[in-house]
Every structure is written in structure tokens, then in C-alpha cells.
Design a protein around this ligand. Structure first.
Ligand SMILES: Cc1cc2nc3c(=O)[nH]c(=O)nc-3n(C[C@H](O)[C@H](O)[C@H](O)COP(=O)(O)O)c2cc1C
Length: 338
């Protein structure tokens, strides 16, 4: 049994957020270890995407390491890239607790964290000491109290601080836990948002740095088509799909009633898999190869990741499956990929 197999029963006896904090405390001790192993990636997994050389298509999705505190550990465990954040421009506490729930029987997580963030200044300072040999993306969001019509100012403020420290930036307009955020996916809101961030990218001399947009799985097919056209026309570099879902219909009864009793939030993990894949296929069809797509949502095995790559995704990210299966998931996926 691996170390996580031993730790998991203890972690899963704690409430999810305490387990997260304990795991991060242990992770920080591991990062301080001078002889953290160098990652081994099976030959043949390398790929060049977005103008960057990824040692493997597999990465860690946004939301786990919001503050970029465990980058050496993610690298040692074998991830090719890590998306830190969501980072908001100013620090904010996020939603009241409890705000994180796990359902191991279904490989499901419900969260309404609401962008708890140390703020862009603190995270940017930490990123100055990031390890080499790991691709780091910065996922950006807006503060809760910022009105929707001033969202661009927030994304620009966070971008100005974070972008110079990372390899790519992802704009998160798809978290369900910040009121109004998902409205920014509407073409009329999205156009000025993307243009405004791209302008700043140019002003900062970062034209060659990839800018991605992360989308929700709860968009209608025609809306996805429209968003793809806006994204391509804007000149951004790629899309990430998907974030968590608000759709309780992805959970089978009798668990659904229990999930519903926990209140608001986004669902992730195995029950999201089919829905996220359907959304990705629609996006890939609309994209017709014009931009790369990063697959995310319910991926929990080599077969899942291979399926996403075969569908046409350029890269893949996991979050929930890592919580349930532990870091051995990474090697398992790597050894099962063609
Ligand atoms: C507890 C939790 C917090 C998350 N926080 C963020 C976040 O801050 N920003 C973001 O873009 N996505 C966030 N996500 C979404 C994940 O990045 C991912 O898109 C989603 O969980 C689907 O992937 P999965 O099924 O592999 O977990 C979060 C997910 C979870 C479970």
C-alpha cells in the first residue's frame, strides 16, 4: 500500500477542509526536504502545446494549490503542469464553512469555497521562488464584492501581478461560487473582458504568453459554439473545459438527496465525467483545431485521460480523483497512456 493509502483513512475521518489543511501541512514538510526526487516521465509523453514543452499531458487542475505553496511536491509527484489559483486581486476569505464535502462512495466532491485567496501580491511573491522544470499556470478570478461590470479591472489587477511569474494564464469565468461570475461567459461580456486582458498582456510585453479561458459544463450547446467563436476571434490561446457543475442530475439516486441536503456548490469527480466529455466534444467540434483544448472534469484513470486526448484535447487535468486515489494516480495514468 502506498503512503496515501495509509494516510487516507485518517484524512477521510477529518472534515474535508481540515484534511486538506493537514495534507498541505505534510506537503509543505515534504517540500522542505532537500532531496525531493526528480520526476520520472515515461518516454513518449512529451508534447509541445501553446508554445510550451510539457513533459506529460497530465496536470493538476486549479483550486487545489490556490496559493502555489506546494509546487516542488507536484513536480516530484510527476505532474507536467500545475494550475495555481484561483487567485483574486485582493485577499478574501471565501464563503463561510462548511463549504467542502466529499462523497467517497461516488468519487464526488461538492464545493462552494468561493475563491478563498491570499490575494495576488502574496501569491506572486511566492511564485518568484518557483521550481524550474514544472509548467505553472496562473488561474485568475475577481473578488466577490467587485460588481460584474467592473470585473475586467479585477482580472487586469491580478494579471499584472501573476502573469510575469507564470508560464500561462487562465481566466476563470466559470466558478459557480462567485455570484454573477458565470455571466462573464456571455459573448457580449466575454469580448471586452478578453480584449482588455489581451491589451494588458501586450502592454506588459507578454504577447507570447498563452492566455486561456476556463469554461463551465452547464452551457447550452449553441452557447458553447458562440463562446468558441468569440474566443477564436479575440486571439486568446486556448480553452479549458470544464469547471464544476451545478447540475444535481449527474448524481444517481439515492445519493442525490444527500448531496442536495448539503446546499449550494459545484460538483466534481466521477459523476461529472460524462457531462464534461459531452461539453468538450461540442467545443472541439466548434473549434475545428483552431485552438488547443485542455480537458478537465471527472478524469480518474488512464482510460479517461486517453479518451480525452483521443477526442482531441491537447492536455488533461485532474483534481477530485487525486483526492480519492492519492498521488499514485499520476503514475497509474502515465503507465496507461499510449
Ligand atoms: C474543492 C475544489 C476547489 C476548486 N477551486 C477551483 C478554483 O479556484 N478555480 C478553478 O478554476 N477551478 C476550481 N475547481 C475546479 C477544478 O479545477 C476542476 O475544474 C473540477 O473540479 C473538475 O475536475 P475534477 O472532476 O477532476 O475535479 C475546484 C474544484 C474543487 C473540487
Amino acid at each position: 500500500m502506498d503512503l496515501y493509502g495509509t494516510l487516507r483513512p485518517l484524512l477521510f475521518r477529518l472534515d474535508p477542509e481540515s484534511a486538506h489543511n493537514l495534507a498541505f501541512w505534510l506537503g509543505a514538510r515534504a517540500c522542505a526536504w532537500p532531496r525531493l526526487p526528480e520526476p520520472v516521465h515515461p518516454a513518449g509523453l512529451k508534447r509541445r502545446v501553446l508554445g510550451l514543452d510539457f513533459p506529460t499531458p497530465l496536470g493538476l487542475a486549479a483550486g487545489l494549490d490556490k496559493g502555489a505553496t506546494l509546487l516542488p511536491l507536484w513536480k516530484a509527484l510527476g505532474f507536467g503542469h500545475v494550475e495555481i489559483g484561483t487567485v483574486t486581486p485582493r485577499p478574501q476569505p471565501g464563503n463561510p464553512k462548511p463549504r467542502l464535502f466529499r462523497f467517497p462512495q461516488a468519487g464526488l466532491i461538492l464545493n462552494r469555497m468561493g475563491f478563498n485567496s491570499e490575494g495576488a501580491e502574496v501569491v506572486a511573491a511566492r511564485l518568484r521562488n518557483r521550481p524550474t522544470g514544472l509548467i505553472v499556470g496562473g488561474n485568475l478570478g475577481k473578488n466577490k464584492e467587485t460588481p460584474e461590470d467592473r470585473a475586467l479591472e479585477d482580472y487586469r489587477a491580478a494579471y499584472r501581478l501573476i502573469a510575469p511569474q507564470v508560464d500561462y494564464v487562465a481566466l476563470n469565468v466559470s466558478s459557480p461560487n462567485t455570484p454573477g461570475l458565470r455571466n462573464l461567459q456571455a459573448p457580449e461580456a466575454l469580448r471586452p473582458l478578453l480584449a482588455g486582458v489581451l491589451d494588458l498582456r501586450k502592454d506588459l510585453g507578454l504577447e507570447r504568453q498563452p492566455l486561456l479561458l476556463k469554461l463551465a459544463p452547464d452551457l447550452a450547446p449553441e452557447d458553447l459554439d458562440a463562446i468558441v467563436e468569440v474566443a477564436v476571434a479575440s486571439g486568446i490561446s486556448g480553452l479549458i473545459a470544464t469547471n464544476t457543475t451545478l447540475d444535481r442530475g449527474v448524481v444517481a439516486e439515492p445519493l442525490r438527496a444527500l448531496v442536495e441536503s448539503k446546499g449550494a456548490g459545484g460538483l466534481s469527480g466521477a459523476p461529472l465525467k460524462a457531462k464534461a466529455r459531452e461539453v468538450r466534444k461540442r467545443i472541439l467540434g466548434a473549434l475545428r483545431g483552431r485552438l488547443p483544448l485542455v480537458a478537465c472534469g471527472g478524469l480518474g484513470s488512464a482510460e479517461d485521460v486517453q479518451g480525452a486526448l483521443d477526442d482531441g484535447a491537447a492536455l488533461a487535468q485532474v483534481y477530485s480523483a487525486l483526492i480519492f486515489q492519492g498521488p499514485s494516480l499520476i503514475q497509474r495514468i502515465h503507465s496507461g497512456l499510449r
